[in-house]
Design a protein around this ligand. Structure first.
Ligand SMILES: [Zn+2]
Length: 197
């Protein structure tokens, strides 16, 4: 997969912006070499640049990694590491998931996990866990008659009052209000589509 170069990526390349490392890599057709956005090598001609999402894609397009910025690194690129972590959370949000547990599972320190995850996703791992749980809870509230406490448990939160507080913080509604609102909305849609016929 290959993306056309956009203004944002181009700015990152010419500014050697480290914030974009792990978000994409760029290859230069004329040299056959690919780099991290932060590479201090001479800026290429824009029309010769190809953007890839990661080093693997550039390698499979037969570009070679730059010796200076070492875009393949010795270890997993951060964005892939973070993708593995989010996948793990998506699959295991029902379990107890703290930063320490996630760091352990992903073979990193909690500090490194926190920083890397936030840089790539814009939120912390724990915030991502919370969002995943609340999104699931929203589905349960609209698609099932489960009691609030059962829904809380089903999304990995055994403390119902805390679940209610977090739900309200993220959605702006209590779970009960949210369910009510959506059932009303559903009725309105049914009525509305009925009246059109
Ligand atoms: Zn480079």
């Amino acid at each position: 997969m290959e993306d056309r170069i956009n203004q944002e990526n181009w700015q990152a390349i010419i500014n050697n912006d480290t914030a974009y490392d792990g978000k994409f890599i760029y290859a230069v057709r004329t040299t056959g070499i690919f780099c991290r956005p932060s590479c201090k090598s001479k800026p290429p001609n824009k029309e010769n640049v190809r953007i890839f999402q990661n080093a693997e894609q550039a390698l499979s397009a037969e570009f070679r990694p730059c010796k200076r910025c070492k875009p393949t690194g010795g270890r997993l690129p951060d964005h892939e590491w973070v993708a593995q972590i989010t996948h793990y959370i998506d699959m295991n949000y029902r379990e107890s998931l703290t930063l320490d547990i996630l760091a352990d599972m992903c073979h990193g320190s909690p500090y490194h996990l926190q920083r890397t995850f936030k840089r790539i996703k814009g939120i912390t791992p724990v915030e991502y866990v919370q969002q995943t749980r609340i999104t699931k809870a929203m589905e349960y509230l609209t698609d099932s008659d489960k009691a609030i406490a059962d829904i809380a448990k089903a999304v990995g939160m055994t403390n119902t009052p805390y679940f209610v507080t977090l739900f309200k913080k993220i959605t702006g509604h209590t779970p009960t209000d949210y369910r009510q609102l959506n059932s009303n909305k559903h009725i309105m849609e049914v009525l509305h589509s009925g009246s059109k016929k």
